[in-house]
Design a protein around this ligand. Sequence first.
Ligand SMILES: [Zn+2]
Length: 156
Amino acid sequence: MASNQQAEPHIEIGSVMRDTNTGRIGVVQRGPDGLTCLRALSDDDCWEVDANALSSLTSVEMLSARVALTNYESRCRPKAQPAIVRHVRWTLTPDQEPDAEPSTYSMQCVVCSAGSERSEGWQEPQDWALGHSGRNPAHHTFRENITRPWRTFMRT
Ligand SMILES: [Zn+2]
């Protein structure tokens, strides 16, 4: 059984393994010069390892390592978003430009939720409410809905 040949451990880049020299667990990475490195689960610390000192984790250790790794990556994901190159202040204001959508009005019966057509004037919704009460004498309360256009602009 004596043999000088050491079993080559199965090392897969991206897998989670233990460095038996230090006891630390990390993600296997290919470092510079082709060396094998481990990257810590909860920060960006990397260290070189002796490939022969790597061992697999138990399934329970693997599970908690994966959880730690997922937590770390989700916390750090915003760092991978595009960088902010400048700050601008946005202002919100009612849109009174010539091409703005018109303000519109409508009435809704609070009792049965029936509603008028949306109108650019007051008259039609109000006429509708009066007619609705006439047809439904117990419906006396209405909700007025006003839709106004707004716009934002960048303050330089
Ligand atoms: Zn009604």
